[in-house]
Design a protein around this ligand. Structure first.
Ligand SMILES: Nc1ncnc2c1ncn2[C@@H]1O[C@H](COP(=O)(O)OP(=O)(O)OP(=O)(O)O)[C@@H](O)[C@H]1O
Length: 408
Protein backbone atom coordinates (compact mmCIF):
# COMPACT_ATOMS: atom_id res chain seq x y z
CA UNK A 1 0.00 0.00 0.00
CA UNK A 2 1.41 3.40 -0.95
CA UNK A 3 2.30 5.90 1.71
CA UNK A 4 -0.65 8.18 0.99
CA UNK A 5 -3.11 5.31 0.96
CA UNK A 6 -1.67 4.12 4.21
CA UNK A 7 -2.33 7.51 5.64
CA UNK A 8 -5.98 7.44 4.60
CA UNK A 9 -6.28 3.85 5.73
CA UNK A 10 -5.28 4.95 9.22
CA UNK A 11 -7.64 7.85 9.10
CA UNK A 12 -10.62 5.67 8.41
CA UNK A 13 -9.79 2.85 10.78
CA UNK A 14 -12.58 3.75 13.18
CA UNK A 15 -15.23 3.33 10.45
CA UNK A 16 -16.85 -0.05 9.93
CA UNK A 17 -17.00 -1.27 6.38
CA UNK A 18 -17.86 -3.98 4.00
CA UNK A 19 -16.13 -7.20 3.77
CA UNK A 20 -12.86 -7.31 1.96
CA UNK A 21 -10.06 -9.39 3.40
CA UNK A 22 -8.49 -6.42 5.13
CA UNK A 23 -11.89 -5.04 6.08
CA UNK A 24 -12.08 -2.56 3.21
CA UNK A 25 -11.35 -2.30 -0.47
CA UNK A 26 -9.13 0.08 -2.36
CA UNK A 27 -12.28 1.83 -3.57
CA UNK A 28 -13.48 2.35 -0.03
CA UNK A 29 -10.18 3.91 0.85
CA UNK A 30 -10.29 6.16 -2.16
CA UNK A 31 -13.84 7.21 -1.29
CA UNK A 32 -12.88 8.06 2.21
CA UNK A 33 -9.87 9.96 1.04
CA UNK A 34 -12.27 12.10 -0.95
CA UNK A 35 -14.47 12.52 2.08
CA UNK A 36 -11.49 13.64 4.12
CA UNK A 37 -11.22 16.45 1.65
CA UNK A 38 -14.87 17.12 2.37
CA UNK A 39 -15.98 16.79 -1.22
CA UNK A 40 -18.63 14.37 -2.41
CA UNK A 41 -19.13 13.38 -6.00
CA UNK A 42 -22.58 14.03 -7.40
CA UNK A 43 -22.88 10.33 -8.24
CA UNK A 44 -22.32 9.46 -4.57
CA UNK A 45 -25.16 11.75 -3.54
CA UNK A 46 -27.44 10.51 -6.32
CA UNK A 47 -26.85 6.96 -5.10
CA UNK A 48 -27.27 7.90 -1.45
CA UNK A 49 -30.60 9.65 -2.01
CA UNK A 50 -32.08 7.33 -4.66
CA UNK A 51 -31.63 10.05 -7.22
CA UNK A 52 -33.24 12.64 -4.98
CA UNK A 53 -36.52 10.79 -5.00
CA UNK A 54 -39.51 12.57 -3.53
CA UNK A 55 -39.89 9.93 -0.82
CA UNK A 56 -36.44 10.84 0.44
CA UNK A 57 -37.32 14.50 0.72
CA UNK A 58 -37.21 15.69 4.32
CA UNK A 59 -38.59 19.10 3.55
CA UNK A 60 -37.84 22.34 1.84
CA UNK A 61 -36.49 25.50 3.39
CA UNK A 62 -35.69 28.90 1.99
CA UNK A 63 -32.38 27.64 0.61
CA UNK A 64 -33.83 24.69 -1.25
CA UNK A 65 -34.96 21.07 -0.68
CA UNK A 66 -33.33 18.66 1.79
CA UNK A 67 -33.10 14.90 1.11
CA UNK A 68 -32.30 12.02 3.37
CA UNK A 69 -29.59 9.67 2.18
CA UNK A 70 -27.32 6.86 3.18
CA UNK A 71 -23.67 6.58 2.22
CA UNK A 72 -21.96 3.31 1.38
CA UNK A 73 -20.16 3.40 4.70
CA UNK A 74 -23.53 3.36 6.44
CA UNK A 75 -23.61 6.97 7.55
CA UNK A 76 -26.98 8.66 7.23
CA UNK A 77 -26.90 12.10 5.69
CA UNK A 78 -29.15 15.04 4.91
CA UNK A 79 -28.36 16.64 1.56
CA UNK A 80 -29.36 20.24 1.03
CA UNK A 81 -29.61 21.27 -2.61
CA UNK A 82 -29.03 24.99 -2.68
CA UNK A 83 -31.33 26.83 -5.01
CA UNK A 84 -29.77 28.57 -7.96
CA UNK A 85 -30.23 32.19 -6.89
CA UNK A 86 -26.82 32.65 -5.32
CA UNK A 87 -24.39 34.88 -7.08
CA UNK A 88 -21.52 33.32 -5.20
CA UNK A 89 -18.76 31.87 -7.34
CA UNK A 90 -17.51 28.32 -6.99
CA UNK A 91 -14.18 29.26 -5.45
CA UNK A 92 -15.82 31.32 -2.76
CA UNK A 93 -18.41 28.62 -2.12
CA UNK A 94 -15.73 25.95 -1.71
CA UNK A 95 -13.69 28.19 0.58
CA UNK A 96 -16.67 28.91 2.81
CA UNK A 97 -17.90 25.32 2.82
CA UNK A 98 -14.46 24.06 3.79
CA UNK A 99 -14.38 26.49 6.69
CA UNK A 100 -17.80 25.35 7.85
CA UNK A 101 -16.85 21.68 7.81
CA UNK A 102 -14.38 22.56 10.56
CA UNK A 103 -17.23 23.70 12.80
CA UNK A 104 -17.74 20.77 15.12
CA UNK A 105 -19.64 20.74 18.35
CA UNK A 106 -22.06 18.38 20.04
CA UNK A 107 -24.82 20.98 19.75
CA UNK A 108 -24.24 21.99 16.15
CA UNK A 109 -25.26 19.91 13.12
CA UNK A 110 -22.08 18.59 11.56
CA UNK A 111 -21.44 19.55 7.94
CA UNK A 112 -19.72 16.51 6.43
CA UNK A 113 -18.93 18.19 3.17
CA UNK A 114 -20.20 19.62 -0.07
CA UNK A 115 -20.55 18.96 -3.77
CA UNK A 116 -20.54 21.10 -6.87
CA UNK A 117 -22.08 19.66 -10.00
CA UNK A 118 -22.54 22.08 -12.89
CA UNK A 119 -24.70 24.82 -11.48
CA UNK A 120 -25.73 22.67 -8.54
CA UNK A 121 -24.28 23.31 -5.12
CA UNK A 122 -25.06 20.78 -2.42
CA UNK A 123 -24.30 20.52 1.27
CA UNK A 124 -23.98 17.20 3.04
CA UNK A 125 -24.91 17.18 6.72
CA UNK A 126 -25.06 14.52 9.37
CA UNK A 127 -28.62 13.23 9.51
CA UNK A 128 -30.37 14.13 12.76
CA UNK A 129 -33.11 11.56 13.30
CA UNK A 130 -35.81 13.35 15.22
CA UNK A 131 -37.74 16.19 13.78
CA UNK A 132 -37.04 19.82 14.52
CA UNK A 133 -37.97 21.28 17.89
CA UNK A 134 -40.96 23.26 16.60
CA UNK A 135 -42.66 20.06 15.51
CA UNK A 136 -42.66 18.86 19.14
CA UNK A 137 -43.10 22.09 20.99
CA UNK A 138 -46.07 23.46 19.09
CA UNK A 139 -48.04 20.29 18.48
CA UNK A 140 -50.31 19.28 21.30
CA UNK A 141 -49.91 15.55 20.75
CA UNK A 142 -46.13 15.62 20.55
CA UNK A 143 -45.25 18.24 23.12
CA UNK A 144 -45.69 15.74 25.93
CA UNK A 145 -42.42 14.20 24.79
CA UNK A 146 -40.75 17.36 25.98
CA UNK A 147 -40.86 17.26 29.76
CA UNK A 148 -39.12 19.98 31.77
CA UNK A 149 -35.82 18.12 32.04
CA UNK A 150 -35.64 17.73 28.27
CA UNK A 151 -36.53 21.38 27.76
CA UNK A 152 -33.92 22.48 30.27
CA UNK A 153 -31.32 20.31 28.53
CA UNK A 154 -32.29 21.85 25.20
CA UNK A 155 -32.00 25.37 26.67
CA UNK A 156 -28.53 24.48 27.93
CA UNK A 157 -27.44 22.67 24.78
CA UNK A 158 -28.45 25.45 22.42
CA UNK A 159 -26.67 27.97 24.67
CA UNK A 160 -23.49 25.94 24.47
CA UNK A 161 -23.77 25.51 20.70
CA UNK A 162 -24.24 29.23 20.24
CA UNK A 163 -21.36 30.03 22.57
CA UNK A 164 -19.20 27.79 20.43
CA UNK A 165 -20.29 29.49 17.21
CA UNK A 166 -19.74 32.96 18.68
CA UNK A 167 -16.52 32.45 20.56
CA UNK A 168 -14.88 29.10 20.03
CA UNK A 169 -15.13 28.25 16.36
CA UNK A 170 -12.38 29.32 13.96
CA UNK A 171 -14.00 32.70 13.56
CA UNK A 172 -17.12 34.22 15.03
CA UNK A 173 -20.21 32.83 13.34
CA UNK A 174 -23.41 34.77 13.85
CA UNK A 175 -26.22 32.38 13.04
CA UNK A 176 -28.94 34.99 12.34
CA UNK A 177 -31.82 32.55 12.24
CA UNK A 178 -32.01 30.84 15.61
CA UNK A 179 -35.55 29.49 15.92
CA UNK A 180 -37.28 26.30 16.97
CA UNK A 181 -37.37 25.05 13.36
CA UNK A 182 -33.58 25.28 13.19
CA UNK A 183 -32.99 23.18 16.28
CA UNK A 184 -32.86 19.50 15.37
CA UNK A 185 -33.11 16.78 18.00
CA UNK A 186 -31.12 13.57 17.87
CA UNK A 187 -32.22 10.20 19.17
CA UNK A 188 -31.18 11.17 22.70
CA UNK A 189 -32.95 14.53 22.43
CA UNK A 190 -29.65 16.36 22.20
CA UNK A 191 -30.33 19.67 20.44
CA UNK A 192 -28.29 20.51 17.35
CA UNK A 193 -28.24 23.94 15.79
CA UNK A 194 -28.88 23.62 12.05
CA UNK A 195 -28.37 26.06 9.19
CA UNK A 196 -25.37 27.81 10.72
CA UNK A 197 -23.17 29.76 8.37
CA UNK A 198 -25.55 29.58 5.44
CA UNK A 199 -25.15 33.27 4.90
CA UNK A 200 -21.51 32.58 4.10
CA UNK A 201 -22.46 30.02 1.50
CA UNK A 202 -25.38 31.79 0.04
CA UNK A 203 -24.86 35.52 0.09
CA UNK A 204 -27.43 37.67 -1.57
CA UNK A 205 -26.61 40.02 -4.36
CA UNK A 206 -28.28 43.39 -4.54
CA UNK A 207 -31.10 42.19 -6.77
CA UNK A 208 -31.98 39.21 -4.67
CA UNK A 209 -31.85 41.20 -1.50
CA UNK A 210 -35.01 43.00 -2.45
CA UNK A 211 -36.99 40.01 -3.53
CA UNK A 212 -36.20 37.26 -1.09
CA UNK A 213 -38.44 35.98 1.63
CA UNK A 214 -39.00 37.57 4.97
CA UNK A 215 -37.00 36.51 7.96
CA UNK A 216 -38.31 34.52 10.78
CA UNK A 217 -41.12 36.38 12.30
CA UNK A 218 -40.86 36.94 16.01
CA UNK A 219 -37.23 35.95 16.44
CA UNK A 220 -35.34 38.89 15.02
CA UNK A 221 -33.78 41.49 17.26
CA UNK A 222 -35.31 44.91 16.67
CA UNK A 223 -32.01 46.68 15.93
CA UNK A 224 -31.24 44.07 13.29
CA UNK A 225 -34.67 43.97 11.73
CA UNK A 226 -35.23 47.71 11.71
CA UNK A 227 -31.71 49.01 11.11
CA UNK A 228 -29.65 46.10 9.89
CA UNK A 229 -27.29 46.32 12.85
CA UNK A 230 -25.88 42.88 13.27
CA UNK A 231 -23.89 41.53 16.20
CA UNK A 232 -23.81 38.37 18.27
CA UNK A 233 -26.49 40.06 20.38
CA UNK A 234 -28.98 39.49 17.56
CA UNK A 235 -28.49 35.74 18.10
CA UNK A 236 -28.76 36.26 21.86
CA UNK A 237 -32.14 37.91 21.31
CA UNK A 238 -33.41 35.03 19.14
CA UNK A 239 -32.13 32.58 21.72
CA UNK A 240 -34.10 34.43 24.41
CA UNK A 241 -37.29 34.11 22.34
CA UNK A 242 -36.61 30.40 21.87
CA UNK A 243 -36.13 29.90 25.62
CA UNK A 244 -39.44 31.65 26.33
CA UNK A 245 -41.14 29.41 23.80
CA UNK A 246 -39.69 26.35 25.52
CA UNK A 247 -40.90 27.55 28.90
CA UNK A 248 -44.38 28.58 27.82
CA UNK A 249 -45.04 26.22 24.93
CA UNK A 250 -46.31 29.20 22.93
CA UNK A 251 -45.01 30.60 19.69
CA UNK A 252 -44.01 34.24 19.75
CA UNK A 253 -47.02 35.55 17.91
CA UNK A 254 -49.31 38.39 18.79
CA UNK A 255 -52.28 36.45 17.49
CA UNK A 256 -52.04 33.86 20.27
CA UNK A 257 -55.14 34.38 22.42
CA UNK A 258 -53.17 33.44 25.54
CA UNK A 259 -51.46 36.82 25.40
CA UNK A 260 -54.65 38.92 25.40
CA UNK A 261 -53.62 40.92 22.37
CA UNK A 262 -50.04 41.26 23.54
CA UNK A 263 -47.07 39.24 22.32
CA UNK A 264 -45.09 36.58 24.11
CA UNK A 265 -42.28 38.86 25.25
CA UNK A 266 -44.46 41.59 26.75
CA UNK A 267 -46.85 39.09 28.26
CA UNK A 268 -43.99 37.22 29.96
CA UNK A 269 -42.26 40.40 31.07
CA UNK A 270 -45.41 41.74 32.69
CA UNK A 271 -46.12 38.48 34.53
CA UNK A 272 -42.52 38.40 35.69
CA UNK A 273 -42.67 41.96 36.99
CA UNK A 274 -45.81 41.12 38.93
CA UNK A 275 -44.05 38.13 40.49
CA UNK A 276 -46.50 35.80 38.72
CA UNK A 277 -43.88 34.08 36.61
CA UNK A 278 -45.10 30.56 37.41
CA UNK A 279 -48.26 31.36 35.43
CA UNK A 280 -46.32 31.41 32.20
CA UNK A 281 -45.02 27.85 32.49
CA UNK A 282 -46.49 25.43 29.95
CA UNK A 283 -49.10 23.36 31.86
CA UNK A 284 -47.83 20.32 29.94
CA UNK A 285 -44.53 20.43 31.82
CA UNK A 286 -45.66 21.89 35.13
CA UNK A 287 -45.84 18.49 36.84
CA UNK A 288 -42.35 17.51 35.66
CA UNK A 289 -40.67 20.55 37.19
CA UNK A 290 -38.68 19.39 40.18
CA UNK A 291 -36.58 22.47 40.82
CA UNK A 292 -38.62 25.63 40.45
CA UNK A 293 -35.48 27.80 40.69
CA UNK A 294 -34.40 26.25 37.40
CA UNK A 295 -37.52 27.58 35.70
CA UNK A 296 -37.08 30.98 37.31
CA UNK A 297 -33.47 31.18 36.11
CA UNK A 298 -34.55 30.27 32.58
CA UNK A 299 -37.25 32.93 32.60
CA UNK A 300 -34.76 35.52 33.83
CA UNK A 301 -32.25 34.44 31.17
CA UNK A 302 -34.85 34.68 28.43
CA UNK A 303 -35.92 38.15 29.53
CA UNK A 304 -32.33 39.36 29.83
CA UNK A 305 -31.60 38.04 26.34
CA UNK A 306 -34.60 39.76 24.76
CA UNK A 307 -34.02 43.21 26.24
CA UNK A 308 -34.42 46.07 23.80
CA UNK A 309 -30.93 47.39 24.29
CA UNK A 310 -28.47 44.93 22.73
CA UNK A 311 -25.73 46.09 25.04
CA UNK A 312 -27.72 45.01 28.06
CA UNK A 313 -28.21 41.51 26.70
CA UNK A 314 -25.75 38.99 28.13
CA UNK A 315 -23.16 37.23 26.01
CA UNK A 316 -23.71 33.51 25.45
CA UNK A 317 -20.77 32.86 27.79
CA UNK A 318 -22.67 34.65 30.54
CA UNK A 319 -25.85 32.77 29.66
CA UNK A 320 -24.08 29.41 29.96
CA UNK A 321 -22.69 30.51 33.32
CA UNK A 322 -26.06 31.69 34.61
CA UNK A 323 -27.67 28.40 33.61
CA UNK A 324 -25.00 26.31 35.24
CA UNK A 325 -24.97 27.91 38.68
CA UNK A 326 -26.40 25.84 41.48
CA UNK A 327 -27.89 27.61 43.32
CA UNK A 328 -28.37 30.38 40.78
CA UNK A 329 -25.96 33.26 41.19
CA UNK A 330 -26.88 36.90 41.26
CA UNK A 331 -28.58 37.92 38.06
CA UNK A 332 -29.38 41.35 36.72
CA UNK A 333 -32.97 42.58 36.61
CA UNK A 334 -34.28 42.42 33.05
CA UNK A 335 -35.43 45.66 31.45
CA UNK A 336 -38.25 45.86 28.91
CA UNK A 337 -38.15 43.48 25.97
CA UNK A 338 -37.29 44.79 22.54
CA UNK A 339 -40.16 44.45 20.16
CA UNK A 340 -39.57 45.40 16.52
CA UNK A 341 -41.33 48.69 15.92
CA UNK A 342 -41.35 49.54 19.60
CA UNK A 343 -39.15 51.86 21.53
CA UNK A 344 -37.01 51.19 24.51
CA UNK A 345 -35.63 53.30 27.26
CA UNK A 346 -31.94 53.06 27.86
CA UNK A 347 -31.19 52.43 31.50
CA UNK A 348 -28.07 53.36 33.38
CA UNK A 349 -25.25 55.46 32.00
CA UNK A 350 -25.31 55.84 28.25
CA UNK A 351 -22.35 54.15 26.70
CA UNK A 352 -21.24 54.57 23.14
CA UNK A 353 -23.13 52.33 20.83
CA UNK A 354 -22.93 51.72 17.13
CA UNK A 355 -26.66 51.71 16.92
CA UNK A 356 -28.53 54.93 17.11
CA UNK A 357 -32.22 55.33 16.78
CA UNK A 358 -34.60 58.17 17.40
CA UNK A 359 -35.72 56.17 20.38
CA UNK A 360 -32.52 56.81 22.23
CA UNK A 361 -33.28 60.49 22.44
CA UNK A 362 -36.72 59.90 23.76
CA UNK A 363 -36.61 59.54 27.50
CA UNK A 364 -40.21 58.44 27.65
CA UNK A 365 -39.65 55.90 24.96
CA UNK A 366 -40.63 52.76 26.71
CA UNK A 367 -43.98 52.38 25.08
CA UNK A 368 -44.55 49.16 23.26
CA UNK A 369 -47.25 49.10 20.68
CA UNK A 370 -47.89 45.43 20.45
CA UNK A 371 -50.88 45.89 18.18
CA UNK A 372 -48.62 46.57 15.23
CA UNK A 373 -46.25 43.73 15.95
CA UNK A 374 -47.40 41.53 13.12
CA UNK A 375 -47.10 44.30 10.59
CA UNK A 376 -43.77 45.59 11.74
CA UNK A 377 -41.73 43.46 9.41
CA UNK A 378 -43.47 44.85 6.38
CA UNK A 379 -42.99 48.37 7.69
CA UNK A 380 -39.34 47.72 8.25
CA UNK A 381 -38.83 46.86 4.61
CA UNK A 382 -39.43 50.40 3.53
CA UNK A 383 -38.01 52.00 6.63
CA UNK A 384 -34.56 50.80 5.72
CA UNK A 385 -34.40 52.92 2.63
CA UNK A 386 -32.65 55.73 4.45
CA UNK A 387 -30.14 53.45 6.08
CA UNK A 388 -26.70 52.79 4.75
CA UNK A 389 -26.42 50.55 1.73
CA UNK A 390 -25.14 47.66 3.80
CA UNK A 391 -27.69 48.12 6.51
CA UNK A 392 -30.46 48.39 4.03
CA UNK A 393 -29.37 45.27 2.27
CA UNK A 394 -28.95 43.48 5.53
CA UNK A 395 -32.32 44.34 6.92
CA UNK A 396 -34.15 43.65 3.72
CA UNK A 397 -32.41 40.39 3.07
CA UNK A 398 -33.40 39.28 6.48
CA UNK A 399 -36.98 40.02 5.82
CA UNK A 400 -36.95 36.73 4.03
CA UNK A 401 -34.75 35.05 6.55
CA UNK A 402 -32.12 34.29 4.01
CA UNK A 403 -29.34 35.97 5.75
CA UNK A 404 -26.94 38.43 4.21
CA UNK A 405 -23.22 37.92 4.37
CA UNK A 406 -21.32 37.58 7.58
CA UNK A 407 -18.78 40.16 8.47
CA UNK A 408 -15.54 38.23 8.09
N1 LIG B 1 -29.34 17.47 9.11
C1 LIG B 1 -30.63 17.19 9.06
N2 LIG B 1 -31.11 16.03 9.53
C2 LIG B 1 -32.43 15.75 9.47
N3 LIG B 1 -33.35 16.57 8.95
C3 LIG B 1 -32.94 17.74 8.47
C4 LIG B 1 -31.57 18.12 8.49
N4 LIG B 1 -31.45 19.37 7.95
C5 LIG B 1 -32.69 19.74 7.60
N5 LIG B 1 -33.59 18.78 7.90
C6 LIG B 1 -35.03 18.83 7.68
O1 LIG B 1 -35.27 19.27 6.35
C7 LIG B 1 -36.36 20.18 6.31
C8 LIG B 1 -35.93 21.47 5.60
O2 LIG B 1 -34.90 22.06 6.36
P1 LIG B 1 -34.28 23.48 6.06
O3 LIG B 1 -33.25 23.73 7.10
O4 LIG B 1 -33.83 23.55 4.65
O5 LIG B 1 -35.49 24.45 6.15
P2 LIG B 1 -36.26 25.09 7.36
O6 LIG B 1 -35.34 25.23 8.53
O7 LIG B 1 -37.51 24.29 7.56
O8 LIG B 1 -36.63 26.50 6.77
P3 LIG B 1 -35.69 27.78 6.51
O9 LIG B 1 -34.66 27.43 5.52
O10 LIG B 1 -36.63 28.79 5.98
O11 LIG B 1 -35.09 28.15 7.83
C9 LIG B 1 -36.80 20.40 7.74
O12 LIG B 1 -37.92 19.61 7.99
C10 LIG B 1 -35.65 19.91 8.57
O13 LIG B 1 -36.08 19.37 9.80
Amino acid sequence: MSKSKNFFYNLIKPFKFGSTREGRSEDDIQNLATQEQRTFSYETLVAATNNFQAFNKLGEGGFGPVYKGKLNDGREIAVKKLSHGSSQGKTQFVAEAKLLTRVQHRNVVNLFGYCIHGREKLLVYEYVPRESLDKFLFRSKKKEGLDWKRRFDIINGVARGLLYLHEHSHNCIIHRDIKAANILLDEKWVPKIADFGLARLFPEDETHVNTRVAGTHGYMAPEYLMHGHLSVKADVYSYGVLVLELITGHRNSSSDPAFNGDNLLNWAYKLYKKGRWLEMVDPTVASSVEITEQVEVCIRVSLLCTQGDPQLRPTMARVVLMLSKKPPSHMEEPTRPGIPGSRYRRTGPRSHTSFTTDDENDSSASHVDSSNYDTTIATATSSTSSATRTSSATAQADLRGKRPMLPS
